[in-house]
Ligand binder design. Sequence first.
Ligand code: SF4
Ligand code: SF4
Length: 340
Amino acid sequence: MKRVKLPQPISGGLLLSYKCTAECRHCMYACSPKWKGDWITQKDLEEALSQLGGAIRPSPWGDQKVSLNYGLHFTGGEPFLNFELLLKAVEIADELKIPSTFVETNCYWCSNDEVTRERLHLLRQTGLKGVLISVNPFYAEYVPFERTNRCIRISKEVFGENVMVYQLEYYHRFKQLGIKQRISLEDYLELTRREDLTEKAELFLMGRAGYQLKEFYPPYPAPIFFNEPCRPAFLRNWHNHFDNYGNVLPGYCGGISLGHWQDLDRLIREGIDLEEHPLLGFLVAEDVQGLYHFAKDFGYQESGEGYLSKCHLCLHLRKYLLSKKDFEELNPREFYVHVE
Ligand code: SF4
Ligand code: SF4
């Protein structure tokens, strides 16, 4: 296969920046306060939203409702770190009539009711349809749970049904345990059971998770993952991401660029040149075995510690390859600096 056409995206997330107040152990995009914080410019914001806007599909319940895999969301990093920019993004999206828009937040900014209510109201008045609030023990290491709780309560006042709590299982667990402040993962696991982490809710072992959660998940040798498909599929039309550097990221795969969203029409019509981007050739075919042998040709040695998942192996291989050659499809570069 020499070229592959990008499916027309029908939903996804726009990363305003990778900068975040937290440095969660499971972060797919390796976000943290250490990133340069190159926020998307207003010009790029206008261009990206115009490129994406026309094809974004509304929630099955209508364009005023929100659903995780429909519409467009504003994310990061932590988008509330640059509230003016977030408001601008919402305003442009509203002018373009992009349906089912929502913002994803870790709630760090919800220090009191007034600020929380004021910001959420402003977003609602500017055209935002809903909010996605992140809850799990990794966020709780950085964000006092009382702020998360406040954000959920006031978001429901402002956005009604259009509030998604990801993940609800953890929200109930935190309430039940009476947690109010930050809590370390180790202390949380003392209060609960170790299985709370591994069984309670969905967790993709990708991005930083492969490096930071080694003590909680069993490692396997590389060949175990050779014939495993990517889950969800590598190339798909829903829930892709578009970042502040112009990268089109497949699904949740941090550090992989399918091209520039300025070229989106061409990538959809003519496809991606896989000869110019050899790593994408393996990734599109979901062939981690091929990628492994390709990396071996560059001198890669299988890790004696094993890998937690196919995505961990994939990232380990990409990180190594990037240390050997400047592959354009491995972007943004800073992801690889902050991922461990
Ligand atoms: S998971 Fe979210 S809150 Fe945590 S570091 Fe990543 S972007 Fe920030
Ligand atoms: S194996 Fe690689 S390409 Fe496939 S989903 Fe995981 S990170 Fe993405």
